[in-house]
Design a protein around this ligand. Structure first.
Ligand code: DCC
Length: 176
């Protein structure tokens, strides 16, 4: 993370601590409630510059026998960290993601996910993510991610026609 950082300020219209955050997109693999094969994470704004979510580790998420697949865990961390830019304003997309897998995560447990903004420099938002199984003092995974804010209309203009919600987006509701 660079030394010279911008001052962080919560956007006045972002969710308040304890409130549910609007998904990135109803079809988002991480947080979209209508994504048929997705994680369907419900995210909550936390205090300061944090976002939290819980994810039951289901059978279909299995990688090694009885434990979560690392890609599923990475996706969950990516998506929770990827919600933090919204606390400041426009959404951001991942440009860098690094995950440390600290302990096996058993199927049947509930994963607690927490993301925090560490700093911002221009469009770059530096974040940290932590996962635990109920005891925050015993993390089972840690991550760092860099997100770059985008003008969503411009960024998705070429691709929105591929969305399962193309008709709605192209009709203007929901707004891109
Ligand atoms: C309906 C609502 C939808 C809401 C949609 C939100 C969905 C979020 C979903 C969860 C998160 C995801 O999985 S997102 C999916 C995966 N990610 C992506 O598809 C992103 C693909 N990448 C890109 O499209 C592009 O790289 C952009 C747009 C992010 C950046 O391109 P750009 O606009 O030309 O900007 P550029 O100058 O290159 O970069 C801006 C700044 O970031 C720095 N930067 C660029 N790449 C990196 C990097 N890997 N690591 C560190 N820093 C980097 C640059 O040095 C620069 O710093 P400086 O010059 O300022 O110092």
């Amino acid at each position: 993370m660079p030394d010279e950082l911008d001052v962080l300020e919560r956007h006045p219209k972002t969710a308040k601590p304890g409130e549910v955050m609007r998904p990135h997109n109803l079809m988002c693999f991480g947080c979209g409630a209508e994504s048929p094969h997705g994680l369907q994470l419900e995210m909550y704004a936390g205090e300061g510059f944090t976002v939290e979510a819980k994810m039951p580790v289901e059978q279909w998420m299995e990688g090694g026998p009885g434990v979560i697949h690392g890609g599923i865990l990475s996706s969950a961390l990516d998506d929770v960290m990827g919600m933090t830019p919204r606390l400041l304003g426009p959404p951001g997309v991942t440009v860098h993601l690094q995950v440390d897998f600290l302990q096996p995560i058993p199927v049947g447990k509930t994963l607690h996910l927490r993301a925090e903004i560490l700093g911002r420099q221009r469009r770059k938002i530096y974040t940290e993510g932590v996962a635990h199984l109920g005891d925050p003092e015993r993390p089972v995974a840690r991550a760092n991610g860099v997100f770059v804010t985008v003008d969503v209309r411009e960024h998705f203009a070429e691709h929105v026609e591929n969305s399962a919600k193309a008709a709605e987006y192209m009709g203007g509701k929901p707004q891109l």
